[in-house]
Write a protein that binds this ligand. Structure first.
Ligand SMILES: Cc1cc2nc3c(=O)[nH]c(=O)nc-3n(C[C@H](O)[C@H](O)[C@H](O)COP(=O)(O)O)c2cc1C
Length: 227
C-alpha cells in the first residue's frame, strides 16, 4: 500500500506514520525558565547530529493550544538545555513529565525526580538518569505545519559536558547498554527497550571510516591516516 500524508488516506484504523521510523531514542530534555522554574519533557523526535564536537537536536511541535513548548522557549531564552537518557526503570516518571502543565509547574517535582546541579549550564540534570549531556543552545529551525500542533521547532544544541554514571560502565570500559535498558518510542502508544546487541564492522581497511563509526574524534580531526 501507499498513502499521501497530506490526505492521510491510508485506510487503517490508526496512522502508521510513527511506526515507520523506529525505534526512536527519547531525549528527556530539562530546561529552566529565566524566572527559575525547572522544566522537563520527553522528546522522541530527538537525535545526535554529529560527534566532534557533539550536537544534539529535539523537535518540539506546538502544544495543544497552538503555543511553543516550554522546553523551546526556555532553551532559547536561557541558551541552555540538558539531555537526560530515559530508561525502562524511569518510564513512569518520564511519562508523568510529558503532561501539558502550566509553565509555573516544576516538572521534576511533578515527576517525582531528583535534581542534580549541572556544572556548565543552569538547567538541572535528572539525578536518576545514567547519562546526561549539558548543552548550549545553537539554533532553532522552524518548519511550518498543519493545524494547531503541526508547526515544529527543531532545537539544536552543542554538547559541552557529558555525564555518565560509573554504575553503567562495564569492566571492559564500555557503556553497559543492556544494564541501562534505554527506552525508545515506537508507533501508537508503544515503546521498546534495548535488550540485545550484536556487533558489525564495515568491511575494508579504512581506519578513519571505522573510527568515525565508533565515534572517535581523531578520525574527524584527520589524525588517523589511511596510508
Ligand atoms: C515518549 C514521548 C515522546 C514525546 N516526543 C515528543 C516530540 O518529539 N515532540 C513533541 O513536540 N512532543 C513530544 N512529546 C510530548 C511532550 O513531551 C509534551 O508536549 C510536553 O508537555 C512538553 O512539555 P514542555 O511544554 O514543558 O516542553 C512526547 C511525549 C512522550 C510521552
Amino acid at each position: 500500500m501507499f498513502y499521501d500524508p497530506d490526505k492521510n488516506d491510508h485506510g487503517l484504523p490508526h496512522s502508521p506514520f510513527k511506526s515507520c521510523v523506529v525505534p526512536r531514542p527519547i531525549g528527556w530534555i530539562s530546561t529552566v525558565s529565566p524566572e527559575g522554574v525547572h522544566n522537563l519533557a520527553p522528546y522522541s523526535q530527538f537525535q545526535n547530529l554529529t560527534f566532534d564536537p557533539p550536537y544534539v537536536m529535539f523537535a518540539a511541535n506546538q502544544n495543544t493550544r497552538g503555543k511553543r513548548k516550554d522546553s523551546v522557549v526556555n532553551a532559547e531564552q536561557t541558551g541552555e538545555f540538558v539531555y537526560n537518557m530515559a530508561t525502562y526503570d524511569l518510564r513512569d516518571a518520564m511519562n508523568r513529565s510529558a503532561a501539558e502543565v502550566l509553565s509555573e509547574v516544576d516538572e521534576f517535582e511533578l515527576a517525582g525526580l531528583t535534581k542534580a546541579a549541572s556544572i556548565r549550564v543552569k538547567p538541572c540534570r535528572v539525578a536518576e538518569s545514567p547519562v546526561q549531556f549539558e548543552c548550549r543552545y545553537y539554533q532553532t529551525i522552524r518548519l511550518p505545519g498543519n493545524g494547531l500542533m503541526g508547526t515544529v521547532d527543531i532545537v539544536i544544541g552543542r554538547v559541552v559536558l557529558i555525564h555518565i554514571s560509573d554504575d553503567v560502565i562495564g569492566p571492559d570500559g564500555r557503556l553497559d547498554i543492556i544494564k541501562i535498558r534505554p527506552l525508545a518510542r515506537l508507533g501508537y502508544y508503544d515503546y521498546t527497550t534495548v535488550d540485545s546487541i550484536f556487533e558489525m564492522v564495515i568491511p575494508g581497511e579504512n581506519e578513519a571510516l571505522l573510527k568515525g563509526l565508533e565515534g572517535d574524534s581523531g578520525a574527524a580531526r584527520g589524525k588517523i591516516k589511511n596510508d
